[in-house]
Design a protein around this ligand. Structure first.
Ligand code: ASP
Length: 615
């Protein structure tokens, strides 16, 4: 086939722009053939670009030459059309297309490029096979939904950039080739050719650099920062991802919160969602006690403590452990389960708890028993008082009450937090199970379904039972609570030390975390020591930073939020891969470019590397 040259032809409009207002106007459109319908003397080409689709009519009576070319055209060919806009006849409009009231009658058609038959059609909804989509990502990205997702991403990023710029933040880039930044993952390493045996690490986050920028007097910094973390494979994680990373000098926690609320409000506004700030705030301890998790989904009722309702005498009768809490919760609108279904569910819960020492109390059954009916009623009355349950407990709801079996304390070494966490996990599991039925607890919904919250006062340390060491729960630059330094807890009761660390949570998802940092060299050195790092090791890994802290470091703090996740939520997508242009698979492979790939012998030689096991 002979292809046409573009010459000096210029397009006048985009494919999504024309309306009846342009009736009779001569236009030039360019784009891809989305679909082609051949009706003999009339051929219809749907012409597509990023902005939409226009129907082009090739009438043999208008131009034989153009009609002939349209006969040869196929899906995904690139064409240019010179023609005249015509209001479509009565009844021929397509109300589902923004351009559906008009069509363009072609006088000339240029075939600018042909296309092989694509493995899937960009004109259709996503195909199920994601590997094929990722291998032919350029075709996948042509789909309307993907074009929309990246428009959303652009708008969100721009709104955040603008908000932060208007609020005194400077956008400053930090290096990709650097030293290790501890964020709890493995580093990606880049071998140095000029320094044999030495490696750069790709940053897990810009953490140390942004703190140094505060020491350097920049006052407020932000970056749309790429981070690299070599983590064990988990669904919906990407080895490289983007954070909205910021840091500020002399902040209180509340100062950071207000900035984040400001830019999130601006970001959500781009999707027409109006947020109400300030967001509510809850300590880590309260989150665990009320929701059994450090990232509560506030769309669901909280856990209700029924410890007092279960009096010692009742506990004895029901063989319930005396000292441990009894917790209950309600899953609203579970769908009017029958008695048999409820009993099956209780059995399922029992099985899920297995040997762990917890049991489920069948409240519906208690009600039918004269002795226990008052208890069942008291339990229901207390559950009904939960503020998120507007209509109290109804027959449509699922009521779950979890009791510790006799002998549980010995088994669980008296860790009541564990019970809260276990019951909290069950609450989410059951909500998930019934979510599909009602579509209520998915990640997106109407404006008031976006329940943001700040979780504060995280523990400073986490005990690792396997290695028997205290690890930093956040990262080692997080400041302990001033009171816990003053009280001496830092030195003699690590488990009780609170950090000035906070998370921003949306509907059960952690969107970001941050902290007020350590700004004193002596405290930082002490924290490294408390994490089992010798002074020599601290000097070797972070000497430059400990040095910098000695030259007038102001109090500072900040946060980082996952941009990909924010966009995913706003785009209504179910996976991060839908909002990252060239993502990797769950096995960290880029299927389009086929990375990672072998290095040549020559490259390895230059890098002074040998692959073990390869001759
Ligand atoms: N660097 C932290 C992270 O990537 C965020 C912060 O503390 O600002 O999670």
């Amino acid at each position: 086939m002979t292809l046409d040259f573009l010459g000096n032809l210029q397009r006048t409009h985009r494919c999504g722009e024309l309306r009846v207002g342009q009736d009779g106007q001569d236009v030039v459109l360019m784009g891809w053939v989305n679909r082609r319908r051949d009706h003999g003397n009339l051929i219809f080409l749907d012409l597509r670009d990023r902005t939409g689709i226009t129907q082009v009519v090739l009438d043999i009576e208008v131009s034989n030459d153009a009609h002939e070319k349209a006969e040869a055209a196929r899906s995904e060919y690139v064409v240019a059309v010179k023609g005249r806009v015509r209001k479509r006849g009565e009844g021929l409009e397509n109300p589902n297309m923004p351009t559906g009231a008009i069509e363009v009658v072609a006088k000339e058609l240029l075939l600018l490029n042909e296309a092989k038959t694509p493995p899937f059609s960009p004109a259709e909804d996503a195909i199920a096979n994601e590997e094929v989509r990722l291998k032919y990502r350029y075709l996948d990205l042509r789909r309307e939904q993907m074009q929309k997702n990246f428009l959303t991403r652009h708008k969100v990023t721009r709104a955040i950039r603008e908000y932060l710029s208007e609020n005194g933040f400077l956008e400053i880039e930090t290096p990709f080739m650097t030293r290790s930044t501890p964020e709890g993952a493995r580093d990606y390493l880049v071998p140095s050719r000029v320094h044999p045996g030495n490696f750069y690490a790709l940053p897990q986050s810009p953490q140390i650099f942004k703190q140094i920028l505060m020491i350097s007097g920049f006052d407020r910094y932000f970056q749309v920062a790429r981070c690299f973390r070599d983590e064990d494979l988990r669904a919906d994680r990407q080895p490289e991802f983007t954070q909205i990373d910021l840091e500020m000098t002399f902040p209180q926690q509340a100062t950071v919160f207000r900035v984040v609320e400001g830019f999130l409000t601006a970001a959500f506004a781009t999707a027409g969602i109006e947020l109400t700030a300030p967001f509510i705030q809850m300590s880590y301890d309260e989150a665990i006690r009320r929701y059994g998790i450090d990232k509560p989904d506030m769309r669901l009722p909280a856990l209700t403590d029924l410890t007092e309702e279960l009096t010692p005498a009742l506990r004895e009768q029901l063989k319930i452990e005396q000292k441990l809490p009894v917790l209950g919760f309600v899953i609203p609108n579970a769908g009017g389960l029958s008695g048999t279904q409820r009993r099956a569910l209780v059995d399922e819960i029992r099985k899920a708890f297995g040997e762990c020492g917890l049991d489920s109390l069948d409240v519906a059954r208690l009600k039918t028993n004269e002795t226990f009916a008052p208890l069942a009623n008291a339990i229901e009355a207390k559950l009904a008082a939960e503020p998120t349950l507007e209509e109290g407990v109804t027959a449509d709801d699922l009521v779950v009450v979890i009791t510790p079996k006799l002998g549980t304390p010995e088994k669980w070494n008296y860790d009541p937090q564990w019970i809260y966490k276990r019951v909290g996990a069950l609450r989410l599991q059951l909500a998930q199970k019934f979510a599909d039925k009602h579509g209520r607890f998915t990640q997106t919904g109407t404006a008031d379904d976006y329940r943001f919250l700040w979780v504060t006062d995280f523990p400073m340390y986490e005990w690792d039972e396997e290695t028997k060491v205290w690890n930093a729960a956040h990262h080692p630059f997080t400041s302990p609570h001033e009171d816990d330094i003053k009280s001496g807890a830092l030195f003699n009761d690590k488990g009780a030390v609170r950090a000035l660390a906070y998370d921003i949570v949306l509907n059960g998802t952690e969107l970001g975390s941050g902290s007020i940092r350590i700004h004193r060299q002596d405290v930082q050195a002490e924290i490294f020591r408390s994490l089992g790092m010798s002074d020599e090791e601290a000097k070797e890994r972070f000497g430059f930073f400990l040095d910098a802290l000695e030259y007038g470091t102001p109090p500072h703090g900040g946060i980082a939020l996952g941009l990909d996740r924010i966009v995913m939520i706003l785009a209504g997508a179910q996976s991060l891969r839908e909002v990252i242009a060239f993502p990797k698979t769950a096995k960290a492979i880029d299927l389009m470019v086929d990375a990672p790939s072998h290095a040549t012998e020559q490259q390895l030689k230059e890098l002074h590397l040998k692959i073990a096991g390869r001759s």
